[in-house]
Design a protein around this ligand. Structure first.
Ligand code: ATP
Length: 235
């Protein structure tokens, strides 16, 4: 389609102190797409998400969301614009129960899902409503972490390795949730090391190596690019 991209990342550079870790990342994400960032440990995938969210402040280049430049904006302003980040550590409040977790943070943008709507997508969380964060399985914690960002009303979701450490059956459930979110019109950028999982949910894949995008593959390219991908990912 000829729709303008929802998100554009152009010549993105980023630093941790003196350490220059992103060297000109370029990524486009169209409205309603699921896009992955694939690559080995330390390639710069998480840092790219953190730059988009404004958490890594030491960044240069251009990141536009709905046509607006976000470099220079605070992560708070970026959240209000409609971007949400689900970190690898699954930032949930372990001493609070499921419902309490869903009451925090407050809805920050109109259109944020109600707790009931969230439970519609995650029936398992409804069953676990009064269970404390510490009592949840890894998969339930991941679902809660995703559920929390749906409360914010964001339309661009940044998910950092949502399948990490989860059993195959739970990975499949996370895949179903991502497909359901896509069907609802959300746009998703996913960091993944699990290439098989990525290929079941994503429209396109950007391969990141040492702070550069070295390749872009569409879902259709995947079948014929297995060897190349194994090399990129070192698997
Ligand atoms: P992973 O899957 O391990 O998170 P990644 O592709 O997401 O890998 P990043 O976490 O973005 O990679 O890391 C990119 C580079 O930046 C790596 O060399 C890493 O060691 C470095 N790095 C990441 N976080 C910090 C930090 N807080 N301070 C200093 N260096 C960092």
């Amino acid at each position: 389609t000829s729709a303008a991209p929802l998100l554009t990342v152009r010549d993105l550079n980023a630093w941790y102190g003196e350490s220059h870790v992103l060297h000109g990342i370029n990524v486009d994400v169209n409205p309603g797409e699921v896009v992955t960032l694939l690559g080995r440990n330390g390639a710069g995938k998480t840092t790219t998400l953190k730059c988009i969210m404004g958490i890594v402040r030491s960044r240069k280049g251009s990141i536009t969301f709905e046509g607006r430049e976000t470099i220079g904006m605070s992560s708070n302003q970026i959240a209000r614009a409609g971007i949400a980040f689900c970190p690898e550590e699954r930032a949930i409040f372990s001493s609070l129960d499921v419902i309490e977790n869903l009451m925090l943070p407050p809805v920050i943008k109109q259109g944020g899902m109600s707790v009931e709507e969230v439970f519609g997508l995650f029936p398992r969380l409804k069953e676990r409503g009064s269970s404390q964060g510490t009592k949840l399985s890894g998969g339930e914690q991941q679902m809660l972490a995703i559920a929390r960002i749906l409360r914010t009303g964001a339309n661009l979701l940044l998910l950092d390795e949502p399948t990490e450490g989860l059993a195959p059956v739970i990975v499949q459930q996370i895949g179903e949730i991502i497909r359901a979110l896509k069907a609802k019109g959300f746009t998703i950028v996913l960091v993944e090391q699990n290439f098989h999982f990525a290929s079941t949910v994503a429209d396109r894949h950007y391969v990141v190596e040492e702070g550069h995008v070295v390749d872009m593959l569409t879902a259709d390219d995947i079948a014929t690019s297995q060897d190349k991908l194994k090399q990129y990912l070192g698997v």
